[in-house]
Ligand binder design. Structure first.
Ligand SMILES: NC(=O)c1ccc[n+]([C@@H]2O[C@H](COP(=O)([O-])OP(=O)(O)OC[C@H]3O[C@@H](n4cnc5c(N)ncnc54)[C@H](OP(=O)(O)O)[C@@H]3O)[C@@H](O)[C@H]2O)c1
Length: 252
């Protein structure tokens, strides 16, 4: 069990975008392993199995307020920057508003959350007393290129830049920073952008070598590895969890 150096209390993992999809699977996996969790989402969810902070992470001042009060309440030593969204816009119809919104949630919120929690992340220790702070960013296979989704692709590519740079900045303190880049995963976001029956959905499935979408738990498994004590010598890495889509020659 990871503990906070000053209080000795069990370290909590804060998961953004925690109530549905990939975030929810990460939360359930951690809780099943006996790891305490704090979630963040905009809306309350009475079914959520852990403390939930309601805040719009696309709003920097709401984020700072919510995360600062969370850090005062729980010893948060591990962070999963999972909240994100995509709206498809082909080149020629990209609006400034959509650009700002996609960047605010997928990109800027990762900076805001990480900076707000850095003190607790620095305080996390494993059972041997070694530094054990962890940051995991959720990017997307789309970082390699996304038809009609260039702003999302750019935002998710930026997360790889953050991951590698923060890993360098924090390595001497024993804190790891890694990234998971999922391919298509069966969540509400995927269904919204690729409704059943839409040719886009069929084309996308055809481009995944495994010929199926992933499950949220398959992404949570990769996140769980990066959060674990076993991953203490792994930092700055991006792991594609995508049914082979990142090595396919067919474009999603
Ligand atoms: N699904 C895929 O195929 C796929 C593929 C590659 C990468 N990803 C990435 O994986 C991550 C999770 O995606 P998902 O498919 O699991 O999403 P999802 O099913 O749409 O769930 C989104 C979660 O984030 C919360 N959320 C949304 N906007 C928020 C905001 N402004 N502030 C705070 N919380 C917010 C939602 O709760 P509220 O609505 O209550 O706020 C919900 O808990 C995203 O970063 C996404 O880009 C997904």
């Amino acid at each position: 069990m990871t503990r906070d150096a000053s209080s000795g209390d069990a370290v909590h993992t804060l998961v953004t975008g925690a109530t549905r999809g990939i975030g929810r699977a990460i939360v359930e996996r951690l809780l099943a392993a006996g790891e305490p969790v704090v979630g963040v989402a905009r809306n309350p969810d009475p079914t959520f199995p852990a403390p939930l902070i309601c805040a719009d992470l696309a709003d920097p001042s709401a984020t700072a307020e919510a995360l600062t009060s969370a850090a005062a309440r729980w010893p948060i030593g591990r962070l999963v920057n999972n909240a994100g969204f995509n709206t498809l816009q082909p080149l020629g119809s990209i609006t400034g508003d959509a650009f700002e919104q996609i960047m605010a949630l997928n990109c800027r919120s990762a900076i805001d959350c990480t900076q707000a929690l850095l003190g607790g992340i620095r305080s996390a220790r494993d059972a041997q007393g070694r530094p054990a702070g962890r940051i995991v960013n959720i990017s997307s296979r789309s970082l390699l290129g996304r038809l009609d989704g260039s702003v999302y692709a750019a935002a998710k590519a930026a997360l790889v830049g953050f991951t590698r740079s923060w890993a360098l900045e924090l390595a001497r303190e024993g804190i790891t920073v890694n990234c998971v880049a999922p391919g298509p995963v069966a969540t509400e976001m995927f269904d919204r952008n690729n409704p059943p029956g839409d040719p886009r959905r069929e084309r996308m499935l055809g481009a995944v070598p495994m010929q199926r979408v992933g499950t949220p738990d398959e992404i949570a498994g990769a996140v769980g590895y990066f959060l674990s004590d076993s991953a203490g010598f792994t930092t700055g890495q991006t792991l594609f969890v995508c049914g082979g889509a990142s090595i396919s020659q067919i474009h999603l």
